[in-house]
Design a protein around this ligand. Sequence first.
Ligand SMILES: NC(=O)c1ccc[n+]([C@@H]2O[C@H](COP(=O)([O-])OP(=O)(O)OC[C@H]3O[C@@H](n4cnc5c(N)ncnc54)[C@H](OP(=O)(O)O)[C@@H]3O)[C@@H](O)[C@H]2O)c1
Length: 323
Amino acid sequence: MEGSGHPASVKRLKREDLPRHGGILIRVDWSSINYKDALAVTGRGKIVRASFPFVPGIDLAGTVEESNHPAFPPGTAVLSTGWGVGEKTWGGYSRFQWMSPEWLVPLPTGLSARQAMILGTAGFTAMLSLRAIERHGLPPEDGPIVVTGASGGVGSFSILLLASAGYEVVAVTGKTEAEAYLYDLGAHRILPRAALQDGARRALDSGEWAGCIDSVGARVLEAIISRTKQHGVIAACGLAGGSQLHTTVFPFILRGIRLIGIDSNTCPMQPRKQAWEGLRDLAQRVDLERIARDVTLKQVPAACEQLMKGGITGRYVIDMRGA
Ligand SMILES: NC(=O)c1ccc[n+]([C@@H]2O[C@H](COP(=O)([O-])OP(=O)(O)OC[C@H]3O[C@@H](n4cnc5c(N)ncnc54)[C@H](OP(=O)(O)O)[C@@H]3O)[C@@H](O)[C@H]2O)c1
């Protein structure tokens, strides 16, 4: 939170210091670091829409400690992502936090709290993106799917999910050192980010890919749109490379390209629970640990600096049990 004039630090609080949003007190066991968290902790983006002091952390997993809600009695294992937690209300970087019932998903049977946080918002967003691609009628036989920001959180899980659903995956990365990691996740080919970062060469370039999960935006997304085949589907979920988008209508009216926006933050409860059940199934099929990088709460500010530089491969998870 440096740029906000509120430097990030770890402080000991009493339970009475926690704002009571909702009637459910969660004992947080695990949290994670997402791009939004790095913006909040470093103060590089206006992501915190609340007064300071503030506790960030858009993801948390733990156990209900106290509750006034029959659906979440004490002892219930839960997870939470989105809904403005860690942006508007205090979030997961605290051993205890008050939550509203509508923010909570019961932890699917067979998924541990640690696994839920290795996945976190990143895995959930990748699952929503895959479902958008499937819902818009793009079977694996239609051709390769590009994943941008491939070594990041959303990118890593997009590769894992697409490959395990039978898609051919082209991973776009700025990190040559991440190639072995990306092949291990299931990428079939790797394309250096430099090949796309100058944007579209022309409005309609040769169609190479059937679809894309894009967490980068800006010039990279411009290039993807121009090089997507007839009736392709692009799930646009991020802006790691920037928020501007310059394109023409030609890819949409001459090729029928579908550009689908993904918002994990306010995803309604029914598809949210279904997505988490799908993520539980993924966690039972593949080893998520190869994506996890462990950090302590004290290491979070340095880890967020690193993430803002695009220097992270995989997902940071935070063990809150000793906090
Ligand atoms: N719509 C939603 O609901 C939703 C949910 C989650 C995240 N997001 C957004 O998705 C994006 C990624 O989030 P994340 O948590 O996966 O972040 P992350 O772990 O930091 O991954 C981002 C990746 O993007 C690439 N990248 C970084 N800087 C770049 C730049 N300047 N130009 C091009 N590529 C760059 C890097 O991968 P390579 O080095 O491999 O290229 C980096 O690892 C963020 O913008 C985030 O806000 C949106």
